[in-house]
Write a protein that binds this ligand. Structure first.
Ligand SMILES: Cc1cc2nc3c(=O)[nH]c(=O)nc-3n(C[C@H](O)[C@H](O)[C@H](O)COP(=O)(O)OP(=O)(O)OC[C@H]3O[C@@H](n4cnc5c(N)ncnc54)[C@H](O)[C@@H]3O)c2cc1C
Length: 220
């Protein structure tokens, strides 16, 4: 079965390095699922702000949250959200051809402030579970007061673009190949470490399995 394609719009059409673009919705979802930190770009009082923040998602929407005092979470204005994974440095013979192997996604749209209490709770659950599966039911869930202090934004995954670069430098078949220099890719990976207990915990408090089992597994 052919996978669903992302619509190409004026905003999402790649103009440079088009060959790195993908219209495959499965690629978008894989990039979103491999991370939990995005950068939210929004114009606030006439100036651009790019705010690192965590996210969660369902089939059709990305969820972002923060304090009700956050100016970047006002909602109702155009935003651009990016998610980036760096897979390696591409070290070519010439500095000009240096690059990065990466997977990145850019989502354009108007973020909507979620006001329905049920949807807000469900969105916060998605967000928590996206970063740490199992944590929503393990930890204490938000009180009414905490919910009131939290803004949740929903951004539809309708207008999005994906770019992926893999592989070797591009100058292996050019004149610089004669220089006799080393060239190639320096891969970059990140992995979860050993859980560090809060020093104030009673010594016998076990690390819950949903946290312990992530040690040593790849992130990104
Ligand atoms: C880690 C990393 C490092 C990079 N370093 C450089 C660098 O040093 N110099 C450089 O020129 N480029 C770099 N790029 C690529 C850069 O992100 C842009 O894709 C590229 O510069 C083209 O920009 P543009 O404004 O001309 O895009 P255009 O092609 O004009 O953008 C049109 C549309 O394409 C989509 N788009 C563009 N870039 C991306 C993207 N990365 N991911 C998803 N959708 C995208 C957006 O929807 C955008 O609105 C890097 C990318 C990553 C992820």
């Amino acid at each position: 079965m052919a996978s669903e394609q992302l619509p190409e719009t004026d905003l999402t059409r790649h103009r440079r390095l088009r060959e790195q673009g993908s219209l495959d919705r499965a690629d978008l979802e894989a990039i979103l699922d491999a991370g939990f930190v995005c950068h939210l770009g929004v114009v606030v009082e006439g100036r651009p702000l790019v705010v690192p923040t965590v996210y969660g998602r369902d089939e059709r929407q990305l969820y972002l949250h923060g304090s009700v005092a956050s100016r970047s979470l006002a909602g109702g204005t155009p935003v651009c959200v990016t998610v980036t994974h760096v897979d390696g440095l591409v070290l070519a013979r010439s500095v000009f051809e240096h690059g990065v192997n990466y997977r990145s996604a850019m989502i354009h749209g108007e973020a909507r402030k979620v006001t329905d209490p049920q949807e807000k709770l469900a969105g916060l659950r998605l967000l928590t579970e996206h970063a740490t599966p199992g944590q929503w039911t393990y930890a204490r869930q938000p009180s009414r007061k905490e919910l009131a202090a939290t803004t949740l934004l929903a951004l539809r995954l309708d207008e999005a673009s994906v770019k992926i670069r893999t592989g070797a430098p591009d100058d292996g078949d050019g004149p610089d190949a004669e220089l006799g220099l080393w060239a190639g890719v320096l891969p970059l990976t990140s992995a979860w470490g050993t859980p560090v207990p809060d020093p104030s915990l009673p010594l016998e408090t076990p690390v819950p399995p949903h946290i312990a089992r992530r040690e040593g597994t790849r992130h990104g």
